[in-house]
Write a protein that binds this ligand. Structure first.
Ligand code: MLT
Length: 303
């Protein structure tokens, strides 16, 4: 019997893929493997029994990769399994960054109790909530992995002109995309050309803080930035200064941080990109499959 420790609440539909040779629970003490979603494992002692960690999601920055390498623990993730869910929220983010939907809904609630006056008050007040269309505007997609590609294609179908940048793009992916988006050769080309920029790259020493005062200075005035990848891709204080000066018109992030909350122009969503039942099931199913394949057959996939 293989013992699997679940660190987060992991979709049961997904983990039902484990057969009778597996026992999966939060309280396992000497696990053969760990199944984790977003919980940080950096301060955890990794038991000697541990052979593998499966991250039900794409980012692996919550896992101490160096320690795992030292101890010979294989780490898996589930690339693409939540891409559709994230894409849908990014599309919402694009619209939220443009149309003043959230403040307008909040304002509409204040009309409660005004009876027959509501219609007139709406006509009088709605002028405060004008925001531009995204159709016909340029979107820069930085990182053309599973999520970036879906976002690029969806934005095209909403009438945006899309620039993509990814120095690691596979030939197949580039071929598939080449007719629908413009491939930027440098990030500077994205910065100079795009009204909206969305980042879909992993957090690494190279990408950490890539949205900073130098990169923002190269962007178009009034740029709208979206970060559904990892909070630390942006230097908060530089984003706040850009919003305060008007250089940036909006920053939509799926990673709220204390300093950003309440700042005008910041739209902070509490890390909901992958929070759909479909995506939770997909990720758990893929992660469970990877673990079984490794523990029983020694095969490594997505590590
Ligand atoms: C990811 O890296 O795929 C997301 O952070 C998933 C999640 O929300 O758990």
């Amino acid at each position: 019997m293989y013992e699997i420790k679940c660190l987060n609440k992991i979709s049961e539909v997904g983990t039902s893929r484990f057969d009778e040779n597996y026992h999966c629970s939060e309280s396992v003490e000497n696990p053969d493997a760990v199944l984790v979603r977003s919980a940080s494992m950096h301060d955890m002692e990794l038991p000697k029994s541990l052979l593998a960690i499966a991250r039900a999601g794409a980012g692996v920055n919550n896992i101490p990769l160096d320690k795992c390498s030292e101890q010979g623990i294989v780490v898996f993730n589930t690339p693409g399994a939540n891409a559709n869910a994230v894409k849908e929220l990014v599309l919402a983010g694009l619209l939220l960054s443009s149309r003043k939907i959230v403040p307008a809904i909040e304002w509409a609630k204040t009309l409660k109790g005004k009876g027959d006056e509501v219609g007139k008050l709406v006509e009088k007040g709605k002028g405060a909530f004008v925001g531009p269309e995204i159709g016909g505007k340029t979107l820069g997609v930085v990182g053309l992995g599973a999520i970036g590609i879906l976002v690029a294609n969806a934005a095209r179908s909403l009438g945006m002109e899309v620039y993509g940048y990814d120095p690691y793009l596979s030939v197949d992916a580039a071929w598939g995309l080449s007719r629908s988006i413009r491939h930027a050769r440098t990030l500077d080309e994205i910065y100079a050309s795009c009204d909206y920029i969305t980042v879909h790259v992993p957090l690494t020493p190279d990408t950490k803080g890539m949205i900073n005062k130098e990169s923002i200075a190269k962007m178009k005035d009034g740029v709208r930035l979206l970060n559904f990848a990892r909070g630390d891709l942006a230097v908060s204080s530089d984003v706040i200064s850009a919003l305060e000066s008007g250089k940036a018109a909006a920053y939509v992030t799926d990673f709220p941080s204390d300093d950003m909350l309440g700042v005008d122009g910041v739209i902070a969503i509490p890390h909901l990109g992958a929070s759909t039942p479909e995506s939770e099931d997909n990720c758990a199913r893929m992660a469970a499959g990877e673990l079984m394949e490794y523990l029983q057959n020694g095969n490594i996939k997505n590590s």
